[in-house]
Design a protein around this ligand. Structure first.
Ligand code: ADP
Length: 453
């Protein structure tokens, strides 16, 4: 690993709300910012407020935000000596992290080697199992070419199973198989899709868990051997394996149970020499945690952990990348109250079709315990080229009930005109008695949606 070098100017290789979030953290620490943007994002808020802004290409992400050479050239032209990748785009691209460091710049994230290890879910699971982190039972390696052997493996694991792509991400590249006669076709189809989407047809099998919750642990690690866990988030409300609403801490799970798995994660980080922010994702069922994957970047839902712990995760990423030692101690990290985040998407609340267009009215909520992370202003045009996230409403309260109440008031205060949003969906969810009780499983939202239609 290259020695950390102090930097003064950071290139933010992203767009949207996370670009603005990173810019704020840079400014707080007195760092200058370089905004890079596609032609479609020239009017974006973080572009206007950056110290330097540079257009890096046409709207298509492949020719702008996903172009490593363009980003490195932009850093050179603007004198930025560090690159923050945000989430999505090149944030978990090990070759990009290596290229940044090879160019003598600082990649604000883990080493390319760590990203590579975690980017392949099979090697990630192996490494975690070796480090003492409990994993979802499965094939413990790539599927053999011989279908007879695959069938034998699946029988051993027990149906239903889930076929997953080792290089998969974003909720894609997986298929549930209920009975043996569906297995061969599922494997063939998923391999084909995985090759197309991720350039890697390697598959593995896991037991398909029937009613788990998605519970994840946030970690922060410096380059001096300190690894901390910052508590758990519950991200069980998902549609098509994509998170919709998240909360911290995970309701109904004993703090001691979280502490035990948190410590396992921190220990695994020390073992593999992990640096920066990261998230261990688990399925949690019947009191047992089972690792599914690690994300080696800041996550969309990081603010709920910031609200409950008071730790500025993005600022810590920047400090760690500068070679600073973490000044926080594990015993000082508190879980203060409860936080919930709604992801606001420009999409139809019932059909989920994207709803690009110009936002003509954008009135934000406020008051105690309400935080809004968004790049949108009135007059902003939601582009069809990128994901539909237009902001995040985050509430914090002394109790879960207070966080829910504050969030409901906030959503009722919001006025958005010009595009459709999923605000009505969030309002209905927050009013749902089962959600209010807490602890619903990962299939709950889809069942609930199916019952409504
Ligand atoms: P991705 O990298 O695409 O996000 P993950 O492995 O993190 O994929 O899985 C995403 C979601 O898919 C999980 O949060 C969960 O809802 C579901 N899932 C994944 N593995 C299993 C499993 N073994 N059993 C049941 N659901 C699963």
């Amino acid at each position: 690993m290259s020695k950390p070098v102090r930097f003064e100017r950071v290139l933010i290789a992203n767009r949207g709300e996370i670009a603005l979030r990173i810019q704020r953290a840079c400014r707080k620490l007195g760092l200058e910012t370089v905004a890079v943007h596609s032609e479609a994002d020239a009017e974006s808020r973080h572009v206007r407020e950056a110290d330097v802004a540079l257009c890096i290409g046409p709207p298509a992400a492949a020719r702008s935000y996903l172009d490593p050479d363009g980003l490195l050239l932009a850093a050179k032209l603007t004198g930025a000596t560090a690159i923050h990748p945000g989430y999505g785009f090149l944030s978990e691209n090990a070759d990009f992290a290596d290229a940044v460091e090879a160019a003598g710049l600082t990649f604000i994230g883990p080493t390319g080697a760590s990203i590579r290890m975690m980017g392949d879910k099979i090697t990630a699971k192996r490494a975690m199992r070796d480090a003492g982190v409990p994993c979802v039972p499965g094939s413990d390696g790539p599927l053999p070419a011989d279908m007879e052997e695959v069938h034998a493996l699946a029988r051993e694991i027990g149906f239903p199973v889930i076929v997953k792509a080792s290089g998969g991400g974003g909720g894609r590249g997986m298929r549930v198989v209920q009975t043996p006669d569906e297995l061969t076709q599922a494997v063939t189809l998923t391999a084909k899709e995985a090759q197309q989407a991720f350039g890697n047809p390697t598959l593995y099998l896991e037991r398909f868990m029937q009613k788990p919750r998605h519970v994840e642990i946030q970690v922060l690690c410096d380059t001096h051997g300190t690894a901390l866990w910052l508590g758990a988030r519950d991200c069980s409300l998902q549609r098509r394996h994509q998170k919709v609403l998240e909360e911290a801490p995970a309701p109904g799970i004993e703090p001691d149970t979280i502490a035990r798995i948190g410590e396992r994660c921190a220990e695994a980080c020390r073992r593999i020499g992990y640096r920066g922010a990261g998230t261990f994702e688990f399925l949690y069922e019947d009191g047992v945690f089972a690792f599914i994957e690690m994300n080696t970047r800041v996550q969309v839902e990081h603010p709920i952990t910031e609200e409950t712990t008071g730790i500025d995760i993005v600022a810590e990423q920047l400090r760690i990348a500068q070679g600073e030692a973490l000044h926080i101690r594990q015993q000082d990290i508190r879980q203060n109250g409860h936080a919930i985040e709604c992801r606001l998407n420009a999409e139809d609340a019932a059909t989920f079709f994207p709803s690009p267009g110009t936002i003509t009215r954008w009135d934000l909520p406020g008051g105690p315990g309400i935080r809004v992370d968004t790049h949108v202003v009135s007059g902003y045009t939601v582009q069809p080229y990128y994901d539909s996230l237009i902001g995040k409403i985050i509430s914090h309260g002394a109790t879960r009930a207070e966080a829910i109440a504050r969030l409901r008031v906030a959503l009722a205060e919001m006025r958005v005109e010009g595009v459709s949003t999923n605000i009505p969906l969030h309002q209905d969810l927050l009013a749902d008695p089962q959600f209010q009780q807490g602890g619903v499983d990962i299939h709950y939202l889809e069942r609930w949606l199916a019952e409504r239609t």
